[in-house]
Design a protein around this ligand. Structure first.
Ligand SMILES: [Mg+2]
Length: 405
């Protein structure tokens, strides 16, 4: 705790607060400790006793993004003839064969079709639905595009599946609404698809929140919303409560998260063991200290454009190269990285691709430096008599901006 400095402050009811500025886990533990010391119930709003600005230092801002009916939406996007129709994606796409529903479009959900349901049941509920096979390759490709867009917001991202992710936006500039709307815009611009977003102080609540107003929803949950928004929900909405636990809880007449929160911890520990019992107790109160699992450091930041029609006009090529350099510089600044190697990629109309790279003296995120390096690279490409199909700019050899020279 070398960075700690202690500032004492008298709270309204006389409890001394020590503002210990240490790492985030400790900050939250200190905060919880204060709530417990004050005999606070879940939903207790510490801010009434403590200035908001100080609270913000302590509370994390976690965002959960979940694509809306992802597989079905991808299929509807590439096949406009099935927009607005009930679409069921699953197995081989043949409802007379074995297989379960992976995703049902919102139109299909109106017939009671949901994921994990056997395809034959879905067919009985809506014989007119469009049944399609799962095309993982395409969904993964789109997923990659989405995750790249999200990493432009922050590199602190936990990839939790093909169509969802957690982002720690504690240090991202802007209000939660602004950040959410930027993400929605980016995802839509890159894919034409919509997503739903939940923002809360931890992963547990953010995940519940993103599911509350689908599709294209945005839900912010604060600690004081727990009783109103979370407690009425069924226990299955808690991450980590599966059908088995749900059945077990039902026997104990515990149906909602609120029912669970009303249980003394001893009763839950006795019933479910120490680890899971205490987990259920904390989770029902919206408490979750788990960190984002990122295991991810960006290796490069890149942007590319494929032209509607191939171009051979040097000025147009130069304009696109300058635009892409600007995007890469922006991405780097936003994510807090600097790149040392600038690479350009040019794909010609015959699909032959060339790359040229330039390594700089020092890592940079400055537009002029990136653009100059990109144009140096372009000067080393023979363009005469060739048509260009795609141009890309990449900054590699990344270093964290605060330790880069
Ligand atoms: Mg989804």
């Amino acid at each position: 705790m070398s960075r700690q400095h202690v500032q004492s402050m008298q709270l309204k009811d006389g409890i001394a607060w020590t503002g210990i500025h240490v790492d985030d886990v400790w900050k939250r533990k200190v905060r919880l400790l204060i709530c417990h010391a004050m005999g606070a119930q879940p939903g207790f709003d510490l801010s009434q006793y403590y200035p908001r600005s100080k609270i913000d230092i302590i509370v994390k801002r976690i965002l959960h993004m979940d694509m809306d009916a992802f597989f079905a939406a991808v299929e509807q996007k590439r096949r406009p003839d099935i927009i607005g129709k009930p679409v069921v994606i699953g197995g081989s796409g043949d409802p007379s064969k074995r297989g379960v529903v992976s995703t049902a479009s919102y139109e299909a959900r109106k017939f009671g079709i949901h994921s994990a349901m056997p395809l034959c049941t879905a067919y009985k509920l809506c014989p007119n639905a469009v049944f399609l096979p799962v095309d993982y390759e395409e969904y993964s490709r789109i997923s990659g595009i989405i995750k790249d867009a999200l990493r432009g917001i922050t590199p602190i991202l936990e990839d939790v599946g093909i169509d969802e992710a957690f982002l720690d936006i504690s240090d991202v500039k802007g209000t939660s609404e602004e950040i959410a709307s930027e993400i929605k815009k980016k995802v839509h611009a890159a894919t034409g698809l919509t997503c739903s977003i939940g923002i809360a102080q931890n992963k547990l609540l953010a995940k519940i929140a993103s599911d509350m107003k689908k599709p294209d929803g945005l839900t912010l949950i604060d600690e004081k919303d727990i009783a109103d928004c979370i407690w009425p929900l069924t226990v299955r909405k808690l991450w980590g409560v599966g059908p088995k636990t749900e059945a077990h809880l039902k026997v104990l007449q515990i149906n909602t998260i609120g029912d669970l929160a009303a249980q003394p911890i001893e009763a839950l520990v006795e019933e479910f063991g120490t680890a899971y019992g205490s987990f259920l107790h904390s989770a029902s109160r919206g408490i979750d200290d788990s960190e984002l699992v990122t295991h991810w450091e960006p290796k490069s930041s890149s942007r590319e454009t494929t032209f509607q029609t191939d171009i051979d006009n040097w000025q147009q090529i130069a304009k696109h190269l300058a635009d892409l350099s600007r995007e890469v510089s922006k991405d780097l600044k936003r994510s807090g990285y600097k790149g040392k190697t600038v690479t350009i990629k040019i794909r010609f109309s015959d699909f032959k691709t060339v790359t040229r790279a330039k390594t700089l003296e020092h890592a940079t995120d400055v537009l002029e430096e990136i653009r100059k390096a990109a144009f140096d690279c372009l000067g080393r490409v023979e363009l005469k008599g060739k048509k260009v199909r795609l141009i890309g700019v990449r900054a590699g050899n990344l270093e964290k901006a605060d330790c880069a020279g």
